[in-house]
Design a protein around this ligand. Structure first.
Ligand code: CUA
Length: 190
C-alpha cells in the first residue's frame, strides 16, 4: 500500500533531509581536503607568501639605483652572503644566465621594467611574480649543482614562450673560488 497524505509528505521530508546531510558532509570533506592541500604545499614545498612590499620606479631602473646593468648578476658580499639581482623585460631576463652556489642561502632581488613576468627555477621553490614597480625579494637554497632552467611563467606578450634563462648551480667550493668579494658574476659571456 502506498503512503498518502501526511505519511507521503513525511517520507519525502526524510529523503530531502538525508540528501542535504549527505551533501553537507561531501562539501565539508572538500573544504577539509583543500585546507589539507594548502597546509601540505605550504610546508612540503616551502611555498613563500609575499612578506613585504618594496617599490621602485620602473621608468628609472636603467638609469640609477641597484638595478643598473653593471649591478646585475651574483655578488658575494663581504659578510659571505650571496645576492642575485636581475630584471625581467619583454622578452628576456638580464642577466640571461645566473651563477649560484649549491647548498648556500642565496637571496634574490628582482623586478620588471614593463609587464608582469614570472620567475621560476625548475626543480626548486624559487618562484615569484615580477611586477613593474615592485621588488621581489626571497632567499632560497639550491640543493644540487648543475644547470637549471629559468623560464618566464606569466604570459607577458607575444614573445612570452621565448623568454627564459639559465641558472648554473656550482658546487659551493667552486663558486667561492671564483667569487671575489664584491665582484659581479654571471655565466653570460661578456
Ligand atoms: Cu615574460 Cu612571460
Amino acid at each position: 500500500m502506498t503512503p498518502t497524505g501526511a505519511d507521503a509528505a513525511h517520507a519525502s521530508m526524510a529523503v530531502a533531509d538525508a540528501a542535504e546531510r549527505r551533501w553537507a558532509i561531501i562539501v565539508m570533506l572538500i573544504v577539509v581536503m583543500l585546507l589539507a592541500m594548502m597546509v601540505f604545499t605550504g610546508l612540503h614545498w616551502t611555498s613563500m607568501p609575499p612578506s613585504r612590499v618594496e617599490t621602485i620606479d620602473p621608468r628609472k631602473l636603467h638609469i640609477s639605483g641597484e638595478f643598473v646593468e653593471d649591478n646585475l648578476g651574483t655578488t658575494l658580499g663581504a659578510d659571505g652572503k650571496v645576492m642575485v639581482r636581475l630584471i625581467a623585460q619583454q622578452y628576456s631576463f638580464e642577466p640571461q644566465c645566473l651563477v649560484v652556489p649549491a647548498g648556500m642561502p642565496v637571496t634574490f632581488r628582482a623586478t620588471s621594467t614593463d609587464a608582469i613576468h614570472g620567475f621560476v627555477v625548475d626543480k626548486t621553490n624559487a618562484n615569484v611574480m615580477l611586477i613593474p614597480g615592485f621588488i621581489a625579494t626571497f632567499t632560497t637554497r639550491f640543493d644540487k649543482a648543475g644547470e637549471r632552467l629559468m623560464p618566464c611563467h606569466e604570459y607577458c606578450g607575444t614573445g612570452h614562450e621565448a623568454m627564459w634563462g639559465r641558472v648554473q648551480v656550482l658546487p659551493a667550493e667552486e663558486f667561492l673560488a671564483k667569487a671575489r668579494s664584491g665582484e659581479r658574476m654571471s655565466c653570460v659571456p661578456r
